[in-house]
Design a protein around this ligand. Sequence first.
Ligand SMILES: *[C@@H]1O[C@H](CO)[C@@H](O)[C@H](O)[C@H]1NC(C)=O
Ligand SMILES: *[C@@H]1O[C@H](CO)[C@@H](O)[C@H](O)[C@H]1NC(C)=O
Ligand SMILES: *[C@@H]1O[C@H](CO)[C@@H](O)[C@H](O)[C@H]1NC(C)=O
Ligand SMILES: *[C@@H]1O[C@H](CO)[C@@H](O)[C@H](O)[C@H]1NC(C)=O
Ligand SMILES: *[C@@H]1O[C@H](CO)[C@@H](O)[C@H](O)[C@H]1NC(C)=O
Ligand SMILES: *[C@@H]1O[C@H](CO)[C@@H](O)[C@H](O)[C@H]1NC(C)=O
Ligand SMILES: *[C@@H]1O[C@H](CO)[C@@H](O)[C@H](O)[C@H]1NC(C)=O
Ligand SMILES: *[C@@H]1O[C@H](CO)[C@@H](O)[C@H](O)[C@H]1NC(C)=O
Ligand SMILES: *[C@@H]1O[C@H](CO)[C@@H](O)[C@H](O)[C@H]1NC(C)=O
Length: 255
Amino acid sequence: MDRFLRVFLVLSCLMLAVQGLTVGTLNETVTRSSCGTDRACFSTPADCDPTTNSACLLVSTRSSSSGLDFELRGESSGYIAVALSVDTTAGGNDKTYICANSNGTATFFFALLNNNTLEIQNDTTSISNVSASVNSTTIQCVFAVTGLNASMSRSADNTFAVVLATGTLSSDGTPSTPTVKTVTALLDLSNPSSSNTATVTTAPNVTTDANATTAATTTTTTATTTTVSGANIGLQHSLSQALLILFGVLAISLL
Ligand SMILES: *[C@@H]1O[C@H](CO)[C@@H](O)[C@H](O)[C@H]1NC(C)=O
Ligand SMILES: *[C@@H]1O[C@H](CO)[C@@H](O)[C@H](O)[C@H]1NC(C)=O
Ligand SMILES: *[C@@H]1O[C@H](CO)[C@@H](O)[C@H](O)[C@H]1NC(C)=O
Ligand SMILES: *[C@@H]1O[C@H](CO)[C@@H](O)[C@H](O)[C@H]1NC(C)=O
Ligand SMILES: *[C@@H]1O[C@H](CO)[C@@H](O)[C@H](O)[C@H]1NC(C)=O
Ligand SMILES: *[C@@H]1O[C@H](CO)[C@@H](O)[C@H](O)[C@H]1NC(C)=O
Ligand SMILES: *[C@@H]1O[C@H](CO)[C@@H](O)[C@H](O)[C@H]1NC(C)=O
Ligand SMILES: *[C@@H]1O[C@H](CO)[C@@H](O)[C@H](O)[C@H]1NC(C)=O
Ligand SMILES: *[C@@H]1O[C@H](CO)[C@@H](O)[C@H](O)[C@H]1NC(C)=O
Protein backbone atom coordinates (compact mmCIF):
# COMPACT_ATOMS: atom_id res chain seq x y z
CA MET A 1 0.00 0.00 0.00
CA ASP A 2 2.73 2.37 1.09
CA ARG A 3 4.80 1.50 -1.93
CA PHE A 4 1.88 1.95 -4.30
CA LEU A 5 1.21 5.35 -2.83
CA ARG A 6 4.82 6.41 -3.24
CA VAL A 7 4.96 5.23 -6.85
CA PHE A 8 1.72 7.07 -7.49
CA LEU A 9 3.10 10.23 -5.91
CA VAL A 10 6.30 10.09 -7.94
CA LEU A 11 4.37 9.54 -11.15
CA SER A 12 1.98 12.35 -10.32
CA CYS A 13 4.81 14.74 -9.61
CA LEU A 14 6.53 13.79 -12.87
CA MET A 15 3.35 14.37 -14.82
CA LEU A 16 2.83 17.73 -13.19
CA ALA A 17 6.45 18.70 -13.67
CA VAL A 18 6.16 18.52 -17.46
CA GLN A 19 3.74 21.45 -17.36
CA GLY A 20 6.47 23.90 -16.45
CA LEU A 21 9.45 24.50 -14.23
CA THR A 22 9.21 25.41 -10.59
CA VAL A 23 9.59 29.14 -10.35
CA GLY A 24 10.94 31.04 -7.35
CA THR A 25 9.86 34.52 -6.39
CA LEU A 26 11.89 37.25 -8.03
CA ASN A 27 12.41 40.04 -5.53
CA GLU A 28 14.43 42.38 -7.71
CA THR A 29 13.69 44.54 -10.72
CA VAL A 30 15.19 43.76 -14.10
CA THR A 31 16.80 46.96 -15.40
CA ARG A 32 19.39 48.16 -17.88
CA SER A 33 21.70 49.34 -15.12
CA SER A 34 24.53 46.91 -15.85
CA CYS A 35 24.11 46.80 -19.62
CA GLY A 36 27.43 47.12 -21.44
CA THR A 37 29.51 46.77 -18.32
CA ASP A 38 28.41 43.57 -16.65
CA ARG A 39 25.75 42.25 -19.01
CA ALA A 40 25.05 42.09 -22.73
CA CYS A 41 21.62 43.58 -23.44
CA PHE A 42 19.20 43.12 -26.31
CA SER A 43 15.85 44.80 -26.55
CA THR A 44 13.01 45.89 -28.73
CA PRO A 45 12.78 48.79 -29.33
CA ALA A 46 16.58 48.96 -29.42
CA ASP A 47 18.17 50.39 -26.26
CA CYS A 48 14.82 50.82 -24.54
CA ASP A 49 14.54 51.09 -20.77
CA PRO A 50 11.72 49.01 -19.31
CA THR A 51 11.47 51.23 -16.26
CA THR A 52 10.41 54.20 -18.42
CA ASN A 53 9.07 52.52 -21.57
CA SER A 54 6.30 50.06 -20.98
CA ALA A 55 6.62 48.74 -24.53
CA CYS A 56 10.18 47.66 -23.85
CA LEU A 57 11.07 43.98 -24.13
CA LEU A 58 14.54 43.46 -22.71
CA VAL A 59 16.83 40.49 -22.22
CA SER A 60 20.30 40.60 -20.78
CA THR A 61 22.89 37.86 -20.54
CA ARG A 62 26.07 37.24 -18.61
CA SER A 63 28.40 34.29 -18.65
CA SER A 64 28.47 32.16 -15.53
CA SER A 65 30.79 29.39 -14.54
CA SER A 66 28.64 26.82 -16.30
CA GLY A 67 26.78 28.74 -18.99
CA LEU A 68 24.75 31.89 -19.30
CA ASP A 69 22.54 33.79 -16.87
CA PHE A 70 19.50 35.48 -18.35
CA GLU A 71 17.29 38.34 -17.21
CA LEU A 72 14.13 38.96 -19.17
CA ARG A 73 11.49 41.64 -18.76
CA GLY A 74 8.55 42.80 -20.81
CA GLU A 75 4.85 43.51 -21.02
CA SER A 76 2.32 40.86 -21.92
CA SER A 77 -0.91 39.46 -20.62
CA GLY A 78 0.33 36.05 -21.79
CA TYR A 79 4.04 35.47 -22.09
CA ILE A 80 7.37 36.93 -23.10
CA ALA A 81 10.12 34.78 -24.55
CA VAL A 82 13.73 34.77 -25.66
CA ALA A 83 14.93 32.26 -28.22
CA LEU A 84 18.47 31.54 -29.32
CA SER A 85 19.07 31.08 -33.01
CA VAL A 86 22.31 29.83 -34.51
CA ASP A 87 21.41 31.15 -37.96
CA THR A 88 19.53 34.45 -37.47
CA THR A 89 16.33 32.83 -38.67
CA ALA A 90 13.71 32.40 -35.98
CA GLY A 91 12.37 28.91 -36.01
CA GLY A 92 14.97 26.25 -36.76
CA ASN A 93 14.89 24.28 -33.51
CA ASP A 94 15.74 27.41 -31.55
CA LYS A 95 15.89 26.93 -27.80
CA THR A 96 13.16 29.16 -26.38
CA TYR A 97 12.79 30.30 -22.79
CA ILE A 98 9.30 31.47 -21.93
CA CYS A 99 8.12 33.45 -18.92
CA ALA A 100 4.38 33.51 -18.58
CA ASN A 101 1.62 35.15 -16.62
CA SER A 102 -0.63 32.25 -15.73
CA ASN A 103 -3.54 34.05 -14.17
CA GLY A 104 -1.25 36.24 -12.13
CA THR A 105 1.19 33.48 -11.29
CA ALA A 106 4.61 33.47 -12.92
CA THR A 107 5.36 30.25 -14.80
CA PHE A 108 8.24 29.16 -16.99
CA PHE A 109 8.42 26.96 -20.09
CA PHE A 110 11.22 25.63 -22.23
CA ALA A 111 10.42 24.97 -25.87
CA LEU A 112 11.91 24.55 -29.30
CA LEU A 113 10.74 27.05 -31.88
CA ASN A 114 10.05 25.34 -35.18
CA ASN A 115 8.10 26.68 -38.11
CA ASN A 116 6.74 29.38 -35.83
CA THR A 117 5.41 26.76 -33.44
CA LEU A 118 6.56 26.29 -29.86
CA GLU A 119 7.23 22.66 -29.05
CA ILE A 120 7.25 22.45 -25.28
CA GLN A 121 10.16 20.38 -23.97
CA ASN A 122 9.90 18.11 -20.97
CA ASP A 123 13.63 17.95 -20.38
CA THR A 124 14.49 21.15 -18.54
CA THR A 125 17.70 19.92 -16.93
CA SER A 126 19.72 22.60 -18.74
CA ILE A 127 17.78 25.31 -16.92
CA SER A 128 18.11 26.21 -13.25
CA ASN A 129 17.68 28.96 -10.69
CA VAL A 130 14.46 30.19 -12.23
CA SER A 131 12.71 33.01 -10.44
CA ALA A 132 10.07 35.32 -11.78
CA SER A 133 7.47 37.91 -10.94
CA VAL A 134 4.26 39.14 -12.45
CA ASN A 135 2.77 42.55 -11.73
CA SER A 136 -0.28 43.24 -13.85
CA THR A 137 1.09 42.78 -17.39
CA THR A 138 4.73 43.23 -16.41
CA ILE A 139 6.58 39.92 -16.50
CA GLN A 140 10.14 39.55 -15.22
CA CYS A 141 12.25 36.45 -14.89
CA VAL A 142 15.81 35.37 -14.35
CA PHE A 143 17.27 31.94 -15.05
CA ALA A 144 20.49 30.10 -15.72
CA VAL A 145 21.17 27.90 -18.75
CA THR A 146 23.99 25.41 -18.96
CA GLY A 147 25.41 23.45 -21.85
CA LEU A 148 24.77 25.93 -24.64
CA ASN A 149 26.85 25.04 -27.63
CA ALA A 150 26.28 27.19 -30.65
CA SER A 151 28.92 25.75 -32.90
CA MET A 152 31.62 23.16 -33.29
CA SER A 153 34.12 25.72 -32.13
CA ARG A 154 34.49 26.07 -28.41
CA SER A 155 35.19 29.78 -28.68
CA ALA A 156 31.85 30.37 -30.38
CA ASP A 157 29.75 28.47 -27.89
CA ASN A 158 27.76 31.53 -26.80
CA THR A 159 27.31 33.10 -30.21
CA PHE A 160 23.64 33.31 -31.06
CA ALA A 161 21.11 35.57 -32.66
CA VAL A 162 18.68 36.71 -29.97
CA VAL A 163 15.00 36.34 -30.79
CA LEU A 164 12.53 38.27 -28.65
CA ALA A 165 8.87 37.33 -28.80
CA THR A 166 5.56 37.62 -27.00
CA GLY A 167 2.33 35.69 -27.13
CA THR A 168 -0.76 34.56 -25.33
CA LEU A 169 -1.48 31.41 -23.40
CA SER A 170 -3.89 28.86 -24.78
CA SER A 171 -6.89 27.79 -22.74
CA ASP A 172 -4.89 24.79 -21.52
CA GLY A 173 -2.26 27.14 -20.14
CA THR A 174 0.44 26.44 -22.72
CA PRO A 175 2.07 29.15 -24.83
CA SER A 176 0.42 29.75 -28.19
CA THR A 177 2.13 30.81 -31.44
CA PRO A 178 4.68 33.52 -30.71
CA THR A 179 4.85 36.95 -32.29
CA VAL A 180 8.50 37.52 -33.05
CA LYS A 181 9.43 41.13 -32.25
CA THR A 182 13.05 41.14 -33.24
CA VAL A 183 15.98 38.97 -34.27
CA THR A 184 19.47 40.31 -33.70
CA ALA A 185 22.59 39.50 -35.63
CA LEU A 186 24.83 36.69 -34.37
CA LEU A 187 26.50 38.01 -31.24
CA ASP A 188 28.55 36.68 -28.36
CA LEU A 189 26.10 36.66 -25.48
CA SER A 190 28.91 36.31 -22.95
CA ASN A 191 30.47 39.61 -24.04
CA PRO A 192 28.95 42.60 -22.17
CA SER A 193 29.68 44.91 -25.11
CA SER A 194 27.39 42.91 -27.36
CA SER A 195 24.10 44.72 -27.86
CA ASN A 196 21.28 45.16 -30.32
CA THR A 197 22.62 44.82 -33.74
CA ALA A 198 19.13 44.13 -34.73
CA THR A 199 17.54 43.10 -37.93
CA VAL A 200 13.90 43.63 -38.65
CA THR A 201 11.60 40.70 -38.65
CA THR A 202 8.00 39.75 -38.78
CA ALA A 203 7.22 36.17 -37.99
CA PRO A 204 7.42 33.81 -39.71
CA ASN A 205 9.34 35.65 -42.42
CA VAL A 206 12.71 36.74 -41.16
CA THR A 207 15.03 39.21 -42.79
CA THR A 208 18.65 39.15 -41.85
CA ASP A 209 21.58 41.41 -42.41
CA ALA A 210 24.64 39.22 -42.69
CA ASN A 211 26.97 42.18 -42.38
CA ALA A 212 25.61 43.46 -39.09
CA THR A 213 27.98 41.45 -36.96
CA THR A 214 29.74 44.15 -35.00
CA ALA A 215 28.40 44.88 -31.60
CA ALA A 216 29.08 48.58 -31.42
CA THR A 217 26.49 50.01 -33.77
CA THR A 218 22.81 49.79 -33.26
CA THR A 219 20.37 49.36 -36.08
CA THR A 220 17.01 50.55 -34.92
CA THR A 221 14.21 48.25 -35.79
CA THR A 222 10.60 48.85 -36.54
CA ALA A 223 9.15 46.15 -34.41
CA THR A 224 5.85 44.65 -35.39
CA THR A 225 3.03 46.44 -33.72
CA THR A 226 0.94 43.40 -33.03
CA THR A 227 -0.64 43.89 -29.67
CA VAL A 228 -1.10 41.01 -27.37
CA SER A 229 -4.76 40.58 -26.75
CA GLY A 230 -6.45 39.71 -23.52
CA ALA A 231 -5.43 36.74 -21.50
CA ASN A 232 -7.02 33.43 -22.23
CA ILE A 233 -5.84 31.50 -19.31
CA GLY A 234 -7.03 28.23 -17.87
CA LEU A 235 -7.13 27.06 -14.32
CA GLN A 236 -4.69 24.28 -15.08
CA HIS A 237 -1.61 25.86 -13.60
CA SER A 238 -2.75 27.05 -10.23
CA LEU A 239 -4.45 23.70 -9.92
CA SER A 240 -1.23 21.88 -10.84
CA GLN A 241 0.70 23.91 -8.35
CA ALA A 242 -1.81 23.25 -5.61
CA LEU A 243 -1.64 19.54 -6.35
CA LEU A 244 2.13 19.62 -6.48
CA ILE A 245 2.29 21.21 -3.04
CA LEU A 246 -0.25 18.73 -1.74
CA PHE A 247 1.74 15.79 -3.11
CA GLY A 248 4.93 17.25 -1.73
CA VAL A 249 3.42 17.50 1.73
CA LEU A 250 2.07 13.97 1.43
CA ALA A 251 5.43 12.65 0.24
CA ILE A 252 7.25 14.29 3.13
CA SER A 253 4.78 12.97 5.69
CA LEU A 254 5.23 9.48 4.26
CA LEU A 255 9.00 9.45 4.53
C1 LIG B 1 12.09 36.43 -2.40
O1 LIG B 1 11.51 36.73 -1.14
C2 LIG B 1 10.77 35.66 -0.60
C3 LIG B 1 10.10 36.14 0.66
O2 LIG B 1 11.00 36.91 1.42
C4 LIG B 1 11.72 34.48 -0.34
O3 LIG B 1 10.99 33.39 0.18
C5 LIG B 1 12.36 34.07 -1.65
O4 LIG B 1 13.29 33.03 -1.43
C6 LIG B 1 13.06 35.24 -2.30
N1 LIG B 1 13.48 34.86 -3.60
C7 LIG B 1 14.76 34.83 -3.96
C8 LIG B 1 15.07 34.40 -5.36
O5 LIG B 1 15.65 35.15 -3.20
C1 LIG C 1 4.66 24.78 -41.16
O1 LIG C 1 3.34 25.08 -40.75
C2 LIG C 1 2.43 25.23 -41.83
C3 LIG C 1 1.11 25.71 -41.26
O2 LIG C 1 0.76 24.97 -40.12
C4 LIG C 1 2.32 23.89 -42.56
O3 LIG C 1 1.43 24.03 -43.64
C5 LIG C 1 3.69 23.47 -43.07
O4 LIG C 1 3.62 22.20 -43.65
C6 LIG C 1 4.69 23.45 -41.93
N1 LIG C 1 6.01 23.20 -42.45
C7 LIG C 1 6.84 22.33 -41.89
C8 LIG C 1 8.17 22.20 -42.54
O5 LIG C 1 6.54 21.67 -40.89
C1 LIG D 1 6.17 15.74 -22.92
O1 LIG D 1 5.37 14.88 -22.12
C2 LIG D 1 4.01 14.86 -22.53
C3 LIG D 1 3.23 14.02 -21.53
O2 LIG D 1 3.95 12.90 -21.16
C4 LIG D 1 3.92 14.30 -23.95
O3 LIG D 1 2.57 14.30 -24.38
C5 LIG D 1 4.73 15.20 -24.88
O4 LIG D 1 4.74 14.65 -26.17
C6 LIG D 1 6.15 15.31 -24.37
N1 LIG D 1 6.82 16.31 -25.18
C7 LIG D 1 8.02 16.09 -25.72
C8 LIG D 1 8.56 17.19 -26.56
O5 LIG D 1 8.64 15.06 -25.55
C1 LIG E 1 22.23 28.56 -8.95
O1 LIG E 1 22.31 29.30 -7.75
C2 LIG E 1 23.22 28.74 -6.81
C3 LIG E 1 23.10 29.53 -5.53
O2 LIG E 1 23.14 30.91 -5.77
C4 LIG E 1 24.61 28.78 -7.39
O3 LIG E 1 25.53 28.20 -6.48
C5 LIG E 1 24.63 27.99 -8.69
O4 LIG E 1 25.91 28.09 -9.30
C6 LIG E 1 23.58 28.51 -9.64
N1 LIG E 1 23.52 27.65 -10.80
C7 LIG E 1 23.77 28.10 -12.02
C8 LIG E 1 23.70 27.10 -13.11
O5 LIG E 1 24.02 29.27 -12.24
C1 LIG F 1 3.34 46.85 -9.47
O1 LIG F 1 3.32 47.93 -10.38
C2 LIG F 1 2.78 49.10 -9.83
C3 LIG F 1 2.63 50.12 -10.95
O2 LIG F 1 3.79 50.15 -11.74
C4 LIG F 1 3.68 49.58 -8.72
O3 LIG F 1 3.17 50.75 -8.15
C5 LIG F 1 3.77 48.48 -7.66
O4 LIG F 1 4.69 48.86 -6.66
C6 LIG F 1 4.22 47.19 -8.26
N1 LIG F 1 4.13 46.13 -7.29
C7 LIG F 1 5.16 45.38 -6.96
C8 LIG F 1 4.91 44.32 -5.96
O5 LIG F 1 6.26 45.55 -7.45
C1 LIG G 1 30.12 21.54 -28.91
O1 LIG G 1 29.63 20.59 -29.81
C2 LIG G 1 30.66 20.05 -30.65
C3 LIG G 1 29.98 19.15 -31.66
O2 LIG G 1 28.97 18.41 -31.11
C4 LIG G 1 31.67 19.32 -29.78
O3 LIG G 1 32.70 18.79 -30.60
C5 LIG G 1 32.26 20.29 -28.79
O4 LIG G 1 33.14 19.61 -27.92
C6 LIG G 1 31.17 20.94 -27.97
N1 LIG G 1 31.77 21.95 -27.12
C7 LIG G 1 31.47 22.02 -25.83
C8 LIG G 1 32.15 23.11 -25.06
O5 LIG G 1 30.72 21.23 -25.27
C1 LIG H 1 7.47 35.21 -46.89
O1 LIG H 1 8.08 36.08 -47.83
C2 LIG H 1 7.90 35.65 -49.16
C3 LIG H 1 8.69 36.54 -50.06
O2 LIG H 1 8.64 37.89 -49.62
C4 LIG H 1 6.41 35.64 -49.50
O3 LIG H 1 6.21 35.18 -50.80
C5 LIG H 1 5.68 34.73 -48.53
O4 LIG H 1 4.29 34.77 -48.77
C6 LIG H 1 5.97 35.13 -47.11
N1 LIG H 1 5.37 34.15 -46.23
C7 LIG H 1 4.59 34.50 -45.22
C8 LIG H 1 4.05 33.39 -44.40
O5 LIG H 1 4.37 35.68 -44.94
C1 LIG I 1 28.32 42.70 -47.04
O1 LIG I 1 29.59 43.29 -47.15
C2 LIG I 1 30.24 42.97 -48.39
C3 LIG I 1 31.64 43.51 -48.34
O2 LIG I 1 31.70 44.71 -47.59
C4 LIG I 1 29.45 43.51 -49.55
O3 LIG I 1 30.06 43.15 -50.78
C5 LIG I 1 28.06 42.91 -49.52
O4 LIG I 1 27.26 43.49 -50.53
C6 LIG I 1 27.41 43.15 -48.16
N1 LIG I 1 26.15 42.43 -48.12
C7 LIG I 1 25.04 42.99 -47.68
C8 LIG I 1 23.85 42.13 -47.63
O5 LIG I 1 24.99 44.18 -47.33
C1 LIG J 1 -8.08 33.34 -12.80
O1 LIG J 1 -8.51 34.69 -12.98
C2 LIG J 1 -9.91 34.83 -13.07
C3 LIG J 1 -10.21 36.27 -13.36
O2 LIG J 1 -9.56 37.13 -12.47
C4 LIG J 1 -10.52 34.38 -11.75
O3 LIG J 1 -11.91 34.45 -11.85
C5 LIG J 1 -10.13 32.94 -11.49
O4 LIG J 1 -10.61 32.55 -10.23
C6 LIG J 1 -8.64 32.79 -11.50
N1 LIG J 1 -8.33 31.40 -11.34
C7 LIG J 1 -7.55 30.95 -10.36
C8 LIG J 1 -7.33 29.48 -10.32
O5 LIG J 1 -7.05 31.69 -9.54
